[in-house]
Design a protein around this ligand. Structure first.
Ligand code: HSE
Length: 300
């Protein structure tokens, strides 16, 4: 009656697809150990790796709160659960940290109850967790964390998720400069109105990126990774963002940008070696300007 579930980090937006595109990586990720108990209700008995930053109270923690929604939906409020959450990725990093925990929790409870819902059907409950974490229930972290690979959120209402194909040899180089950028704040910075000419550029890029994924054309994927709407505002919060772009491109990145709401940045590359070279160059630079960083290289 105990299950251990890992859920991966995710790169949301994929530069041009704000709130509508995301992909999962192999590492890092979070782990949830969940146990059925005899006492109705959810208890969080342990959280590790969060430096005391996450709420222990079941109604406020995104994992237990989304599991609670799930149990209510199924009319299974008699179920008792004990949750241990092991955070193995940085919080507030732009790597879908809250999403990974929530997704691990929902996947765990769904397995413990004999899989009443499909993985895809768990997405709306995970979105509730995101709403609690940052004020808006965006799906571009939780959907790829649950479904794996690249996911397009074609529509939110009704929710329409499309699993996209992608090149066999595709690697993500992720660098997390250790400065704090809460998603909530990073969302508030964005302008609500956009110019039509910018919208034209943006949807051209989104269509180009999706085409590139289908055609397995890394060059098209890379040149579509441009964002004229959100990145110009958010990149201000990221140390030496433009310099990092130059370094990544010089090291062979197909495309480069902010992961989710930042401060992590990522690049896509055609080989693990290139991805490693990119993280090396970026971390070296951050080190020179006295900013600690972590890096991850993962096949998509
Ligand atoms: N699409 C979301 C945003 C992702 O950019 O705010 C947050 O991880």
């Amino acid at each position: 009656d105990t299950i251990k579930v890992f859920a991966p980090a995710t790169v949301a937006n994929v530069v041009c697809g704000f709130d509508v595109l995301g992909f999962a990586v192999n590492e890092p990720g979070d782990e949830v150990v969940m146990r059925l108990t005899n006492k109705p209700g959810i208890t969080i008995s342990q959280i590790t790796g969060d430096e005391g930053r996450l709420p222990r109270e079941a109604s406020k923690n995104t994992v237990s709160a989304s599991v609670q929604h799930y149990l209510q939906h199924l009319g299974r409020t008699e179920v008792g659960l004990d949750i241990a959450l092991h955070k193995k990725m940085p919080i507030g990093s732009g790597l879908g940290s809250s999403s990974a925990s929530t997704v691990a929790g929902l996947f765990a409870v769904n397995e413990l109850l004999g899989r009443p819902l499909s993985t895809r059907e768990l997405v709306p409950f995970a979105m509730k967790g995101e709403e609690l974490a940052c004020g808006y229930g965006h799906a571009d972290n939780v959907a790829p964390a649950l479904m794996g690979g690249f996911v397009l959120i074609r529509s939110y209402q009704p929710l329409d998720l499309v699993a996209l194909p992608f090149p066999d040899e595709l690697y993500a180089a992720i660098v997390y400069p250790e400065v704090d950028v809460p998603t909530k704040d990073a969302r508030q910075m964005i302008r609500n109105k956009v110019f039509l000419k910018d919208a034209v550029t943006q949807w051209g890029n989104v269509a180009g990126l999706v085409s590139g994924l289908f055609m397995k054309d890394l060059d098209l994927i890379g040149r579509s990774m441009q964002d004229v709407l959100v990145e110009p505002v958010r990149s201000i919060l990221i140390p030496d963002f433009e310099k990092m772009r130059t370094l990544a491109t010089d090291a062979g990145a197909a495309g480069f940008g902010i992961s989710g709401s930042g401060p992590s940045v990522f690049a896509l590359a055609g080989s693990r070696e290139t991805a490693r070279k990119i993280t090396f160059e970026l971390q070296n630079h951050l080190h020179r300007i006295n900013i600690n960083s972590k890096s991850f290289v993962s096949q998509v």
